[in-house]
Every structure is written in structure tokens, then in C-alpha cells.
Design a protein around this ligand. Structure first.
Ligand SMILES: [Ca+2]
Length: 214
């Protein structure tokens, strides 16, 4: 009798176990179905999220122009961090590129471009001065890569400084500075990378002045 009950218990446990396993499998399958597909641009609102090139991590399609308009809550600033970038490489990013703009205006006339990126150069965090940022990716007919994956988040202006940092510098000469220079200390926890490109057959000359406090 005892033995039988034990056996019944075991059978019951097996059934429950099997049912749970099936449920889990169904859930995993449903989640994989629900995983957001990366589309060509869009209007994005919220406190934080992820944007990626069309079809990421697959190879992005040729001859496309995708625009993401990011808006975080009023009073906050947008911070964008590239986690991965793999676009056709070119010294001047002439073929495939990702442009990041402060605000929702783009183009030479109206937009304030925070940087243009291609290849596998991953810039530091890009910080807008307000709650809007525009990301535009352009591809040409040939040669492509996996594209990009970037995380955006809303931050208080004083937490990250009120300026962006980093980017690609293509002019024959010019200067750049750390966030808040020279009025205040640079903000903590910010990584800034500048990619300086000199015209072919010319050397890059770099002079820095200032101090690294502490
Ligand atoms: Ca290309």
C-alpha cells in the first residue's frame, strides 16, 4: 500500500514536472517570438531603451536611410551609448555611417551633429542638451556589416554635464574640450572618445593644455 502510494506520488510528480517543462518551453518560445525586431528607424519615447540597425545583428540592408527620433521625459537629457558598431569602414565615413544629432533637427542647415561614426570605432557616451536626440543611419549599395546597437537613457542634466562629449573630428584644424570646460569640473563617470582624422598624406598634430585634477 505504502509502496503503491509512493509510486503514485512519483507518477504525479513526473506529470507535474512534465507539464511545468512544457509551460517553460512554451514561455521561452513566446519570448523569442516577442523579442523586438530592429526596424528602420522610428519615434521612440521613454526613460530608456535600446535601438539597433535594421535587422541587427544581421547584416543591414543596402541603400537605406533610417531615422530614430528619441524623446525622453521633459526636463531630462538624452544619453546615448553605443554598445556595438560595425559599419563599412572609411576614413571619412562616406559610404555607410551613423549620425547623431542634438535635438530632432538633422542635416547641415538645421542640425547640430554630435558625431558621425562608421567602422568599428565606438565613441563615448553622447549627451544631448535637451530631451531629444536624432540618430540617422545611411548605407550605400555595397559592403555592409552587422550595424549598431545603442542604449539610450534619460538623465538629469547636472548628472552628466550639459554637453555631449566625444565624436569624430574631420576638419583640418580645430579644438575640442571636455564637458563643462573651463567653467566647472568635468562630470564623473563619463567616457569621451574623440576620433581625429587628418586628410590623406598629412600628419595629425595634437597639443593639449589644461589639467587633470586629483
Ligand atoms: Ca556600404
Amino acid at each position: 500500500m505504502l509502496k503503491n502510494r509512493h509510486s503514485a506520488d512519483t507518477t504525479m510528480r513526473s506529470i507535474i514536472c512534465c507539464a511545468l517543462g512544457l509551460l517553460l518551453l512554451t514561455e521561452v518560445h513566446a519570448q523569442s517570438q516577442r523579442r523586438p525586431a530592429f526596424t528602420c528607424g522610428g519615434n521612440i519615447t521613454g526613460d530608456s531603451g535600446v535601438i539597433g540597425s535594421q535587422g541587427y545583428p544581421g547584416v543591414y540592408p543596402p541603400n537605406t536611410k533610417c531615422v530614430w527620433r528619441i524623446t525622453v521625459p521633459e526636463g531630462k537629457v538624452v544619453v546615448l551609448s553605443f554598445r556595438f558598431i560595425d559599419l563599412e569602414n572609411d576614413n571619412l565615413c562616406r559610404y555607410d555611417y551613423v549620425d547623431v544629432y542634438n535635438g530632432h533637427a538633422s542635416g547641415h542647415a538645421n542640425g547640430q551633429r554630435l558625431g558621425r561614426f562608421c567602422g568599428t570605432f565606438r565613441p563615448g557616451a553622447l549627451v544631448a542638451t535637451g530631451n531629444k536626440m536624432l540618430v540617422q543611419m545611411v548605407s550605400d549599395a555595397n559592403t555592409a556589416g552587422s550595424g549598431f546597437l545603442a542604449v539610450y537613457s534619460a538623465s538629469h542634466p547636472h548628472e552628466r554635464g550639459d554637453q555631449y562629449c566625444g565624436g569624430r573630428l574631420e576638419k583640418p584644424s580645430g579644438s575640442f574640450k571636455t564637458p563643462n570646460w573651463p567653467e566647472k569640473d568635468y562630470p564623473a563617470g563619463v567616457t569621451c572618445s574623440w576620433h581625429i582624422v587628418a586628410p590623406r598624406n598629412q600628419v595629425r598634430q595634437f597639443a593639449a593644455h589644461g589639467e587633470i585634477p586629483r
